[in-house]
Design a protein around this ligand. Structure first.
Ligand SMILES: Cc1cc2nc3c(=O)[nH]c(=O)nc-3n(C[C@H](O)[C@H](O)[C@H](O)COP(=O)(O)OP(=O)(O)OC[C@H]3O[C@@H](n4cnc5c(N)ncnc54)[C@H](O)[C@@H]3O)c2cc1C
Length: 295
């Protein structure tokens, strides 16, 4: 199928993009990688009257550490994250996600920021954003605001971005020393959306106790879910097998999946626990700390 008729505006600066978004309001949509928006338009699931293409805005294409954060601009491609030496060496959780989002062709074009703005309940980046306690910078004609991932990811395919605004960048707090992360995803075949996915980021203290924990699951609810109870259970403690088992149960408790051709409710709920357990054990193993007792 072909998309419904639309007007195309190519912005060359953030100001140009924001002016176009302000002018057309609810009728306009930002075009980033187009990997979700264009298929949705072709199936007439989305019918924007105006596309504001931000791909020519060079100032939005960056991956850099600044002021204690890793900042990823709105047009930085998933592929750039995947091959970034900085991410490979310093941001384990993001590195492990970047290898499994879609397939290599989609990753050449798709963007992390676009994925957060799309907020697919089965998306990989929203899970990472919760676990790593990311923030999203959103800009409109009247200024910018910084929103935590928890508040940004409002509901299925819905975010805190308002008409006339665009997301400029996502910021991940620079992990303190002794921080380790992992991501696990069950997919029917390589390149598929997750059947279930889980991301974990743990910071340990020198005694092997967990100082801070970020734990999130995806594809088992209307949006990515933070496993808050599990985070509280593990924080301040040595992650023993018993404790990891309790966190797995906490993940299963908040999982609220629907049955589809990827699996039953029971299977997905069980896998939410299993994947959280695997990601926690990976983070503990990577830490190599005496206190992190795993099997
Ligand atoms: C075959 C295939 C397989 C895929 N598999 C996966 C997968 O396994 N896991 C996964 O997570 N994703 C998957 N995707 C989705 C892919 O990762 C998309 O690229 C991503 O979800 C959206 O990024 P984008 O840059 O292409 O955004 P676009 O498609 O350009 O935009 C998506 C939405 O976000 C809005 N938007 C984009 N950028 C901004 C911005 N800066 N400010 C405000 N609004 C904005 C757009 O208006 C649109 O509504 C797959 C896609 C395809 C085609």
């Amino acid at each position: 199928m072909f998309p419904a008729q639309f007007t195309y505006e190519r912005a060359r600066s953030e100001d140009e993009a924001l002016a176009a978004l302000a002018k057309y309001g609810a009728d306009a949509r930002v075009l980033a990688g187009g990997q979700s928006l264009i298929p949705a338009m072709r199936y007439r699931l989305a019918r924007p009257g105006v596309l504001v293409d931000i791909n020519a805005i060079g100032s939005l294409d960056y991956i850099e550490e600044r002021d204690g954060f890793l900042s990823v601009g709105a047009t930085a491609r998933d592929y750039a994250l995947e091959v970034s030496p900085l991410i490979r060496t310093q941001y384990e959780l993001l590195a492990s996600v970047s290898r499994v989002v879609a397939d290599p062709v989609v990753r050449q074009t798709g963007t992390l920021v676009g994925s957060l703005c799309h907020n697919d309940p089965s998306g990989d980046w929203p899970v990472a954003a919760l676990a790593a306690r990311a923030q999203v910078v959103v800009r409109g004609m009247r200024g910018s605001r910084t929103i935590s991932a928890d508040d940004f990811l409002v509901d299925s395919f819905s975010t805190a971005v308002q008409d006339g605004e665009m997301a400029i960048e996502v910021r991940f707090p620079k992990p303190p020393p002794l921080t380790y992360g992992a991501y696990h995803k069950i997919e029917r075949k390589v390149g598929d959306f997750a059947t279930v996915c889980a991301g974990v980021q743990l910071t340990f203290d020198a005694t092997g106790r967990v100082a801070t924990a970020g734990i999130a699951i995806g594809a088992v609810g209307a949006k990515a879910l933070r496993v808050s109870d599990g985070e509280m259970m593990i924080t301040g403690n040595v992650p023993t097998n018993d404790l990891i088992g309790e966190v797995m149960e906490a993940a299963k408790t908040i999982a609220d999946p629907v049955a589809d051709n990827r699996g039953s409710v029971e299977y997905k709920r069980e896998m939410a626990g299993v994947l959280v357990g695997r990601a926690l054990r990976d983070a503990c193993r990577l830490s190599g700390l005496q206190g992190a007792k795993t099997s």
